[in-house]
Each structure stands twice: as C-alpha cells, then as structure tokens.
Design a protein around this ligand. Structure first.
Ligand code: 4AZ
Length: 286
C-alpha cells in the first residue's frame, strides 16, 4: 500500500517530509503494530521500544494467594482471551499463572500506557508434552476475562497452513537472560535470527556433540557461531516474521536449547504451522 506523502515547506526553507501512515485497525486486525513509525534477551539483541511487539505477553507465577509473584515466561496473545506459551511454564504446586499484556519495562518506568493483567482461568497443556524431550512444549492459557485491544495490546496472526520460513530472518523477543547464567533485563529485548532447515539443525547439534533429536514439530533458529539467541525466561514468547502486507505472523514459540547463543546449538522453537490444528481446536482461531 503506498502511503500518502505530505511535504511541508517551512518559512526557514527547511523541507520536512512527513509520511502519513494508513490508519491501523488494531481492533480488527491481527499482527499490526500501531505504535511503530513504519507501517508498510535474549542474547546479543537490543532493547525494544514501547509497544513494538504488542502481542508479547509476560507470564507470571503467583504463589501463596498472590503474596509471592515471579516472572516465569513469555507468551503470545492470539485473541482477546487466549495466550499461547510453553508447556514447561505451567505453574508449580499451589501456584497459578497471571498474564500481563502491554508490558514493556519491568521496572515500571518508561511506559506511556498501563499494562493489562489477567488471571488465567484454565491452562490447556498439550497432551503430548514430554518434559524429557520437550516434544509438544505448548500450553494455551485461557484468560479469566477478555482483554480490550489497544495500541500496545494486539494479537499476532497465525501463518498459512504450509508456510515455510527456512532461511528467513525472524525476530524473537523476551525478558529472558542476557546471557547463559547471566542477568535479566528490565526492558523487553529483541533479536534477529535466521530460521534453519531441520536437517541442517540436526547436523549442527551433532557437530556440537549432542545427540538431541530434532522433531518435525520443532523449528530451529540461530547462527552456527551462536552470538544471538533466546535464553532462559524467554520460553513461550514469539519468534515472528513480517508478512509482505506488513502484518506479523507467529513462526514459532520459544521452547528450549542447550545453553544460549553457543556455537552449533541454535534455539529450538515449537513450529506454529505444525500446531495450527491443535490451536484451532481449542481457541477456534483460523
Ligand atoms: C530456557 O531455559 C531456554 N537457546 C530457552 C531458550 C533457549 C535456551 C534455554 C534457547 O527456557
């Protein structure tokens, strides 16, 4: 879509060029970023800007009647009442999950709009989840009440059924560790990583000396020399790509890996296209 260009000539003869973006219909469209100029940690990444990834969810765990809470995982907003996250993010004994939408700076500063918190009514863990292999590391969180979409709270789009993203450079976001065994950021981090073919990924793990099996339901992303990756705490968050129409689609959700950003050990994600029927069977989303 060509944007309308308005050129203003000021009295000082300086020329200001302003692009007027097509209005973003965030109440009806998935995958749009109302707060980004352009319209049409994570290890080795950079801090995002407020509202840049409006489907990013912070999954918190609350124990002892809410007396103790901790940031547990990332998540992805799929609709006004469903968040997808990793199955290994399910709450511990006598604990429950809380989803925070529109979050950005965990220290509470640097935010121009308030975040929206919802208790999780129901956790649907994939019945095939295997903690030993991380097979089917997905869970859907049904929110206690629906959220209102806003400029900083928008659901992501799902990919087409057989869409293949191999070789494309995707973005992963989260509040996870800035390096393996390191600290956590306060501002949401983003990093770009290429999607790796499964057989190439399998070879990489073998090269690194790991016997791990790369299932067809997995998707790998990262570099042979490491450097950029998701890490502990990013789990459940989005790996995503911009479609030609400028809207964003969910390629995968952060699942696991061996260490973070280490050579020949790319990050492992749950492949969204593989799980579309499962996601649809619970949420109704096409
Ligand atoms: C984790 O522990 C984790 N390098 C998540 C992602 C990656 C590694 C570990 C990917 O949650």
């Amino acid at each position: 879509m060509p944007a309308t260009v308005a050129t203003t000539i000021t009295t000082t003869t300086a020329i200001t060029t302003t692009t007027t973006p097509k209005p973003v219909d965030y109440k009806n469209e998935c995958g749009v970023r109302p707060l980004m100029q352009k319209y049409g940690r994570i290890v080795g990444g950079k801090g995002a800007t407020f509202g840049a990834w409006p489907w990013q969810v912070l999954v918190r765990e609350s124990t002892w009647l809410g007396l103790f809470t901790k940031n547990k995982c990332g998540g992805v907003l799929l609709s006004n009442r469903y968040v997808v996250t990793a199955a290994h993010c399910q709450p511990g004994f006598l604990a429950n999950l809380v989803a925070v939408m529109g979050e950005f700076d965990l220290s509470g500063e640097l935010e121009s709009k308030r975040s929206i918190t919802r208790n999780v009514r129901r956790v649907v863990v994939h019945r095939g989840y295997d903690a030993a292999t991380f097979a089917n590391d997905l869970a859907l969180l049904e929110l206690e009440s629906p959220v209102q979409f806003d400029e900083h709270v928008v659901p992501i789009c799902l990919p087409r059924d057989n869409e293949d993203f191999t070789g494309r450079v995707a973005t992963v976001t989260g509040w996870g560790r800035l390096k393996y065994g390191g600290g956590v950021p306060s501002v949401l981090q983003e990093v770009q990583v290429p999607v790796i073919d499964n057989s190439v990924c399998q070879e990489m793990f073998l090269t690194a000396g790991h016997q791990k099996q790369i299932l067809s339901s997995f998707l790998c992303a990262g570099y042979a020399n490491g450097q950029k990756d998701s890490c502990e705490g990013d789990s459940g968050g989005p790996l995503m790509l911009e479609r030609p129409d400028g809207r964003w689609t969910l390629v995968g959700t952060v699942s696991h890996g061996i260490k973070c950003a280490a050579p020949y050990l790319p990050g492992v994600y749950m492949r969204t296209t593989y799980y579309k029927p499962w996601l649809k069977s619970i949420t109704g989303i096409k």
